[in-house]
Ligand binder design. Structure first.
Ligand code: ADP
Ligand code: MG
Length: 357
């Protein structure tokens, strides 16, 4: 069952078609990024998904419910149960404390529970700020309060309209990490952003132009390749008895260095002690596989294809380490009679196919 299903949705404001025949399905648990120039209809789209607005024509189904038949009261109730909102401008009530802002959202849903609201603030790192008014909080802290507010009723869907638009880089990262946590907990996220790097956290991206979807792209691959390259560097450092710190690694790709390292730490693929990074758990095996593919490709190209140009050899091996399937790797390994060293004399990690010692 899709989380959100829009069919031929149009929204007109007088002569302006803010949305012009948009059909879009968001699967449960998906993270969708919505991009496009100012005025292209992003906010209108998110407001329709959040039942803050109704379409001029077309249908909007949220969690399989056709909300167009709902009365205002039913909509308010439905929204409080199913949807959490995060806005660029935070939209906190200025004369209520952080805690009261969260309690208010809880009140609309059910009974207020102060300890639950305090726990929600603690989860976004604001246990000590519960009694502060929004004006006494930084922009990043206000946005964290609004995330606590969005999550307090455990909604299935989070709609975030430029959630990092008013934040500096550090707070942007904190907010994105909270959204990533929500996504990992199974929430469906629709996030409007101008920033292509931020959009990369999503699994899919759509672009709006003049109220129409002009482009859809699916991510995946790019981020994983970047993570693999970090694992590979950690393997090489260890082989050479060199310490590895985040600052001394070459980290390029769609994710920021900090985000890439945090992803690896969260997955348990690396560990960090005193600033030093090391391979761990499944990261260890993954790194061995990458190094193995890389070095087998080097042997293949240098011995079998007589490729002698060093930089060409390296470039080819770098490509192959990402694209060889386990089966192809085993076949190449067998074909080369399970070599133990690459052309540069470094050890090739043993594979399943390799004869036991
Ligand atoms: P975006 O979020 O991509 O900047 P919006 O969805 O806010 O775009 O707006 C899309 C278009 O609809 C714009 O031309 C905007 O002026 C118009 N629009 C949005 N909301 C209203 C409204 N309440 N009344 C009139 N026009 C509106
Ligand atoms: Mg907008």
């Amino acid at each position: 069952m899709p989380a959100i299903d829009l069919q031929e949705v149009t929204k007109r404001y007088g002569a302006v078609a803010a949305l012009d025949g948009v059909s879009l399905t968001v699967e449960a648990g998906e993270w969708l990024a919505v991009m496009g120039p100012s005025g292209s209809g992003k906010t209108t789209l998110v407001n329709l998904m959040g039942c803050l607005d109704t379409p001029t024509t077309g249908s909007v189904l949220i969690a399989d419910v056709d909300v167009s038949s709902y009365t205002r009261g039913q909509l308010t109730r439905f929204r409080a149960e199913k949807i959490g909102f995060v806005f660029q401008q935070f939209h906190l009530i200025p004369y209520l404390t952080a805690l009261e802002n969260v309690l208010l959202a809880q009140h609309f849903h059910s009974l207020t529970d102060e300890s639950e609201a305090r726990a929600a603030l603690a989860r976004v790192g604001l246990a000590e700020r519960a009694e502060h008014l929004p004006a006494q909080l930084s922009g990043g802290e206000q946005q964290r309060v609004s995330i606590a507010r969005a999550l307090i009723n455990d909604p299935a869907i989070i709609l975030a309209d430029e959630p990092t638009g008013n934040l500096d880089e550090k707070n942007e990262e904190i907010v994105m990490e909270l959204l990533r946590g929500a996504h990992q907990a199974g929430k469906t996220i629709v996030m409007v952003t101008h920033d292509p790097t931020i959009a990369r956290s999503a699994g899919r991206r759509i672009e709006l132009h003049h109220g129409r979807i002009s482009d859809i792209s699916i991510f995946g691959g790019g981020d994983e390749e970047q993570l693999d390259e970090i694992l590979e560097q950690l393997w090489l450092r260890r082989e050479n008895d060199e310490p590895a710190h985040q600052e001394t690694l070459r980290i390029t790709g769609p994710l920021s260095a900090m985000r890439a390292i945090e992803t690896l730490l969260r997955r348990g693929w690396i560990s960090r002690a005193g600033g030093r990074l090391a391979l761990a758990g499944a990261g260890e095996r993954r790194a061995a596989d990458i190094i193995r593919r890389h070095r087998l490709a080097e042997v293949l190209f240098s011995d079998t294809f007589q490729l002698r140009d060093e930089s060409e050899l390296e470039a080819q091996a770098c490509q192959f380490e990402h694209i060889l399937s386990p089966e192809a790797t085993s076949r190449i390994c067998a074909f080369l009679q399970h070599p133990r060293q690459c052309p540069h004399g470094s050890a090739i990690p043993r594979g399943e196919c390799c004869p036991r010692e």
